[in-house]
Design a protein around this ligand. Structure first.
Ligand code: PXL
Length: 285
C-alpha cells in the first residue's frame, strides 16, 4: 500500500511561457505522478532563451525571500526541493537560504545546475556563474548535471564524447567531492547508438547506467523533462537507479514523438502524450 500522506515538492525554476521547459514542464509532470507541486518562479519570460530572440524577461529575485518567509510562516514542509534555472548570483544565494530554511533529515534537496549544454554556457551566463553554482550543489542531496555542466562544476575542459566508463566514474567521484552524495549525470554515451544517464551513490560507491536508443538531434527542455520525471519516481518510492531508468525512458519517448512530428526543437518535447506510459511505469495506473 502506498502511504496515505501525499508528498509535496517545491519547484524553484523560471516560467518560460512558450517553449516547454522549467516550470511548464515540472508542474504538469510532477503533479501527474500524484505529488503536490508548489512553485516559486524565479523569472517570467515569454520564451526560454535557447534559440529565440526578443524574449521578455521579468526578474522575480525580489519576490523570492518574501515567498520563502511566507511559506516558513505557514510551517510548510517539503518532501523534496527541486531547483533549476536560476537567473543570477543573488538567486543562487537565495536558494541556499531556502534550503537552510526547509531542509530536514527526511527530505531531499535536488539541484539541476542549469547553465550549459553541448560544451557551451547558455548565452546569458558567465564562467563565474558556474563557480557560484558549486555552492548551490554543495548543499544538495542529489545533483543532476549534464556532461557540460559537470565539466564546468569540476573545472575540467569539456569532453564531447564518446566516453569511457573510467572517464564517467572519475567525473562522478569529482562531482560527489563537491558535497552531494548522489549524482545523476545525463548525456552519457559509450557508442553512437545509445544515450542515457549514470547514477552514482557516493556513500555506497554504487554506479548504475540507464540507456536507450539515441534519437538524432538536439531537443530543448529535455533536462527539465528528465529531472521532473526523476523526482516523480523518487517521490513514488523508486530508488535512484530505478528512477534514472524511468526518467530516461520517459524523456526518450517524449523526444521520439517530437522527432516523428518534426516539431521545431525550440518548442520543447511532447511529454504530454507520454504521461500515460509514464504513469504505468510508476505503477500508478
Ligand atoms: O531548460 C533550461 C532552461 C530553463 N529556463 C530558461 C532557459 C533554459 C535553457 O536555455 O533559457 C529561461
Amino acid at each position: 500500500m502506498r502511504s496515505i500522506r501525499q508528498k509535496r515538492v517545491a519547484a524553484i525554476h523560471d516560467i518560460s511561457g512558450f517553449g516547454r521547459c522549467s516550470l511548464t514542464v515540472a508542474l504538469p509532470i510532477i503533479s501527474s505522478s500524484g505529488v503536490e507541486t508548489v512553485v516559486m518562479p524565479t523569472a517570467v519570460l515569454s520564451t526560454h532563451t535557447g534559440g529565440f530572440t526578443g524574449y521578455t524577461y521579468r526578474d522575480l529575485t525580489d519576490d523570492m525571500r518574501p515567498v520563502t518567509q511566507h511559506w516558513k510562516s505557514l510551517n510548510l514542509n517539503f518532501d523534496a526541493i527541486y531547483t533549476g534555472f536560476l537567473g543570477s548570483f543573488e538567486q543562487q544565494d537565495i536558494v541556499v537560504e531556502f534550503f537552510e530554511n526547509f531542509k530536514n533529515e527526511n527530505n531531499l534537496v535536488i539541484v539541476d545546475p542549469v547553465m550549459a549544454d553541448n560544451g557551451e554556457l547558455y548565452k546569458i551566463f558567465t564562467p563565474e556563474f558556474a563557480v557560484g553554482m558549486r555552492k548551490v550543489c554543495k548543499k544538495a542531496d542529489i545533483i543532476i548535471p549534464n556532461l557540460t555542466e559537470a565539466s564546468l562544476l569540476v573545472g575540467e575542459r569539456y569532453n564531447p564524447g564518446p566516453y569511457t566508463e573510467d572517464y564517467i566514474e572519475d567525473i562522478l567521484r569529482k562531482l560527489a567531492a563537491l558535497g552531494p552524495d548522489r549524482i545523476v549525470l545525463t548525456g552519457v554515451f559509450f557508442d553512437d547508438v545509445h544515450l542515457g544517464a549514470a547514477s552514482y551513490i557516493n556513500s555506497t560507491d554504487e554506479i548504475s547506467y540507464a540507456f536507450s536508443k539515441r534519437v538524432p538531434g538536439y531537443f530543448h527542455g529535455t533536462g527539465d523533462v528528465f529531472g521532473s520525471a526523476l523526482i516523480s519516481a523518487l517521490m513514488n518510492d523508486f530508488d535512484l537507479h530505478q528512477a534514472t531508468e524511468i526518467a530516461v525512458r520517459f524523456t526518450t519517448k517524449s523526444i521520439q514523438r517530437t522527432a516523428e512530428a518534426e516539431t521545431d526543437v525550440r518548442f520543447g518535447v511532447n511529454f504530454e502524450q507520454t504521461i500515460p506510459d509514464f504513469l504505468k511505469d510508476l505503477n500508478l495506473v
